[in-house]
Design a protein around this ligand. Structure first.
Ligand SMILES: Cc1cc2nc3c(=O)[nH]c(=O)nc-3n(C[C@H](O)[C@H](O)[C@H](O)COP(=O)(O)O)c2cc1C
Length: 228
């Protein structure tokens, strides 16, 4: 074989190898992106990606359970007396013996599910901060804050954002918990992390709302797992 031909074959082989490697790298990258854009995997106990964010482990300190929850007509067409997230807050309080603080909106949300959907959608679109009726907690007394909310339009209810604007949880151990109609955490966790860049986050808990009232064991297992 002539030297010119050998050179040509060698260059062609090299080019094929190069293209194959680039294609493999591209495929890996798009797979990674796909996984990142997928909603958080749903599983009541191992379901959180709200893992620790700071290197030093702060003391647990006394526990406060902050939550917002709405009773009344809900998505399964039933009328509930105790909100789904409220149930989870109660289970956490029973096990940790922490204090509870309920975020109560100054203007209550309607009993009607549809009217609540409409109001919540408009509040979210406007970036509203609905007023809170009750006095805010004295956060200096606590080391660990559990923060609970239902998923509303894939995010946190705006009244919870009012709370987050008013109470600085940086430096605290923050543990989210949430109930939903099937969308898992949806887009809620990055919002909390962004609000408190210097908080120490621990693995949270989310569950579908219609399972919340009988989730005591799952809650206990989760709390055992994170040392509470
Ligand atoms: C205004 C509104 C918006 C909602 N948006 C969602 C949503 O985007 N994804 C979802 O899975 N569930 C959604 N749901 C269902 C609630 O998250 C679910 O019923 C939750 O358990 C209610 O909790 P609560 O009883 O503590 O208020 C929505 C409910 C309401 C009232």
């Amino acid at each position: 074989m002539k030297t010119k031909n050998r050179k040509f074959i060698f260059i062609s082989l090299f080019a094929i190898l190069f293209i194959a490697a680039a294609a493999f790298d591209f495929a890996q990258g798009s797979l990674r992106n796909q996984n990142e854009s997928r909603p958080a995997k749903r599983n009541a106990v191992t379901n959180s990606d709200s893992s620790a964010s700071s290197g030093t482990k702060p003391a647990k300190g006394p526990v406060l359970i902050v939550y917002f929850s709405r009773a009344g007509e809900n998505d399964s067409n039933s009328n509930i007396r105790i909100g789904n997230t409220h149930w989870i807050a109660n289970f956490i309080a029973d096990k940790t013996k922490g204090d509870k603080y309920e975020i109560v909106p100054a203007v209550p949300y309607p009993k009607s599910y549809q009217k609540t959907l409409d109001r919540a959608e408009s509040e979210q679109q406007r970036g509203a901060r609905p007023k809170i009726k009750n006095k805010l907690p004295d956060i200096r007394r606590y080391g660990t804050i559990f923060l609970g909310y239902p998923i509303w339009w894939s995010e946190l209810p705006m009244v919870v954002r009012t709370f987050m604007d008013s109470v600085d949880l940086n430096g605290k151990t923050v543990i989210p918990f949430s109930t939903n109609g099937g969308s898992g955490w949806a887009d809620s966790l990055p919002i909390i992390r962004h609000a408190y860049p210097r908080a120490h986050f621990l693995r949270g808990f989310e569950i579908e709302g219609d399972q919340a009232s009988h989730a005591r064991k799952q809650v206990d297992r989760w709390l055992d797992g994170i040392g509470y």
